[in-house]
Design a protein around this ligand. Structure first.
Ligand SMILES: [Fe+2]
Ligand SMILES: [Fe+2]
Length: 254
């Protein structure tokens, strides 16, 4: 699982680095969060196509996914592009997809937090509903969760709520990788935040001087993506396909 890909520098870093990472790790499934892929805010068809062409099999997203014109059509028309599943009923797109990879059936579930974010539907209850449906439709599927959220408490709580029902659970949205990777008591692999795949010389992917001016002035100065060299951030979950249990969790920084 790869953290928020930020603009051109993030796309370039992933294009150069993903192949070697997949080859060295033997990863069967690659999921990347693309909510910031178009110039830092939102995603368009071009970025989805690029991510899929470079070996990402499912593109997840979050609060920024709505920002570019055509987002609704793109979400409705792209099987492997998700938006958080707990947006209210009737919203374009979907939050879960099932697919086959490496000889196993998988489902990727994208959810979004509510603490210090938006008052969308409950991620806990939506996850329960979707996992119950998945167990009927595809009983042995291995499940990965991208929980796009600000609050560490909310991330850990949802992960424990889903422990033993999903194989891997990773947070996104803060753009800073955490160092708390572990396997929860019932076998779910966990990392609070994957971090970003974006410019190293930046404030969460944005030019530092803009964020300083925002802090000093408290004015909503327009953010612009920084353009320094970039790193890939993510996590590698090793999963037992029979039991669905996570056997190892390794942070990835490349
Ligand atoms: Fe993001
Ligand atoms: Fe976000």
């Amino acid at each position: 699982m790869i953290g928020d890909v930020i603009g051109q520098s993030g796309l370039k870093a992933l294009f150069a680095g993903l192949g070697p990472l997949v080859r060295s790790s033997g990863a069967d499934l690659v999921v990347a969060n693309g909510e910031n892929a178009q110039a830092g805010f939102g995603i368009g068809k071009d970025e989805v196509d690029k991510l899929l062409a470079m070996g990402v099999q499912v593109v997840t997203s979050g609060n920024h996914v709505w920002e570019k014109p055509g987002a609704a059509e793109l979400l409705d028309g792209t099987e492997r592009l998700l938006r958080p599943a707990n947006y209210p009923p009737g919203v374009p797109g979907k939050g879960m997809v099932a697919l086959e990879a490496g000889g196993a059936m998988w489902a990727v579930l994208n959810l979004q937090g509510r603490e210090s974010m938006y008052a969308i539907d409950c991620p806990f209850r939506r996850a329960d509903e979707l996992l119950a449906r998945l167990r009927e439709e595809s009983p042995g599927a291995l499940v990965l969760v991208d929980f796009h959220a600000e609050s560490v408490e909310e991330k850990e709580a949802l992960a424990y709520h889903l422990d033993g029902r999903v194989s891997g659970f990773a947070g996104t949205h803060t753009h800073v990788q955490t160092a708390d990777e572990r396997i929860l008591p019932k076998g779910t692999g966990y990392l609070t935040d994957l971090g970003m795949t974006g410019p190293d010389d930046s404030v969460i992917g944005v030019k530092a001087e803009i964020c300083i001016r925002r802090g000093l002035s408290q004015m909503p100065i327009k953010m612009e993506t920084a353009e320094s060299g970039a790193s890939i951030s993510g996590v590698l979950f090793t999963i037992d396909a029979e039991s669905g249990r996570c056997l190892a969790v390794e942070r990835v920084r490349a």
